[in-house]
Design a protein around this ligand. Structure first.
Ligand code: BDR
Ligand code: CA
Length: 333
């Protein structure tokens, strides 16, 4: 099983990412760190504990991470996810009194967990803003040696009419909230070839339409059976998310289930087939109407590829290659 660290900000779609990370047999979920994003850090952290309670996985340690980016104030998304970050259900259980957030610093916990995994094996999946992950690589560069892949939900390249941006006209929420952290990851040559990005251009092809909602409630098609509380709760969450996507974006055929796509992208390739493009990614960090915009730059063929600690010769130019799945077979997903 792939050792996995999840960094998230639940969030309706993060909730599905948490379940996939905790329950998919391909993954060994080492821990979860929370980050500012859809709601404030206390809210996304309690949401994470509640979701783990709902699926009976309170054995997974949860760490409360950065409450804001270090260059900017925090931005939240109550119009999409409600005030709690995960509005729309009364069935989300309270965590039992003995289940608490871990006292350790989230970035330190991420580092400690990753360093215990064999070199080149651990995967980080980031489904929120990139503050914690960027801090981890900046503070402890040796973490990179243990990383197999960093899979990120974020960015928008405007390749579909509905994928230009979802917080401004050209920026995607996770990148917009902390563009400096995102840029520090996309420009880290040690991570070259080991970053996968699931931007809106991809996630807007994975819609949770009415057939998904129905399959969630009645997995074997028998509508006379009463759904379990967990199924009803997930259905409630997707119904709320569908409603806000209609209200805010006018998307009527189901909300994009963004965050689980970052996990699907690292499933063994015999489970899902991907058409992958490899580019460099630049994040606009100027304080103007382009802030948080992601731009693709072609890979520079003259520059030697960099992997792990094997940087080029002194003075040699290096580049950070990012893999962007263009499309996937979502039936398996
Ligand atoms: C991303 O922003 C958040 O609102 C979602 O949880 C997802 O991670 C989509 O732009
Ligand atoms: Ca998220």
């Amino acid at each position: 099983r792939t050792p996995l660290w999840l960094d998230c900000d639940p969030g309706h779609d993060d909730a599905f990412a948490i379940i996939l990370a905790a329950e998919h047999p391909s993954f060994d979920l080492l821990g979860i760190s929370t980050v500012h994003g859809n709601a404030s850090i206390p809210k996304v952290t309690i949401n994470t504990l509640s979701l783990l309670t709902a699926i009976g996985r309170t054995d997974i340690p949860v760490y409360s991470g950065s409450c804001k980016p270090f260059m900017r104030p925090a931005v939240h998304a109550p119009d999409i996810h409600g005030d709690s970050g995960i509005d729309g259900t009364t069935l989300l259980p309270k965590p039992p009194a003995d289940i608490k957030v871990q006292p350790e610093n989230a970035v330190l916990a991420m580092y400690n967990a990753i360093m215990k995994t064999p070199k080149g094996t651990c995967v980080i999946v980031a489904t929120g803003t990139l503050t914690n992950v960027a801090l981890c690589f900046a503070t402890f560069p040796e973490t990179v040696g243990h990383i197999k892949e960093v899979s990120i939900m974020g960015g928008a390249f405007g390749e579909r009419s509905d994928s230009k941006g979802n917080i401004t006209k050209c920026a995607e929420f996770n990148i917009y909230c902390d563009p400096e952290s995102a840029q520090s990851i996309f420009s880290n040559p040690l991570l070259s070839g080991r970053i996968t990005l699931a931007p809106l251009d991809l996630t807007h092809t994975v819609l949770a339409g009415p057939h998904i909602l129905e399959a969630l409630l009645y997995p074997d098609g028998d509508m006379t059976k009463k759904p379990s509380n967990l199924r009803q709760m997930l259905h409630d969450l997707l119904t709320f998310f569908s409603k806000t996507y209609v209200e805010v974006f006018g998307i009527t055929d189901g909300p994009p289930l963004h965050d689980p796509v970052a996990l699907a992208a690292i499933l063994p390739t015999d489970e899902i087939s991907w058409d992958i493009e490899t580019v460099r990614v630049h994040v606009s960090c100027n304080d103007d109407d382009q802030v948080g915009r992601t731009l693709k730059r072609p890979r520079n063929q003259e520059v030697n590829e960099v992997r792990g600690e094997q940087l080029g010769a002194p003075g040699e130019l290096v580049e950070t290659l990012v893999k962007i799945p263009r499309s996937c077979d979502v039936t398996a997903f």
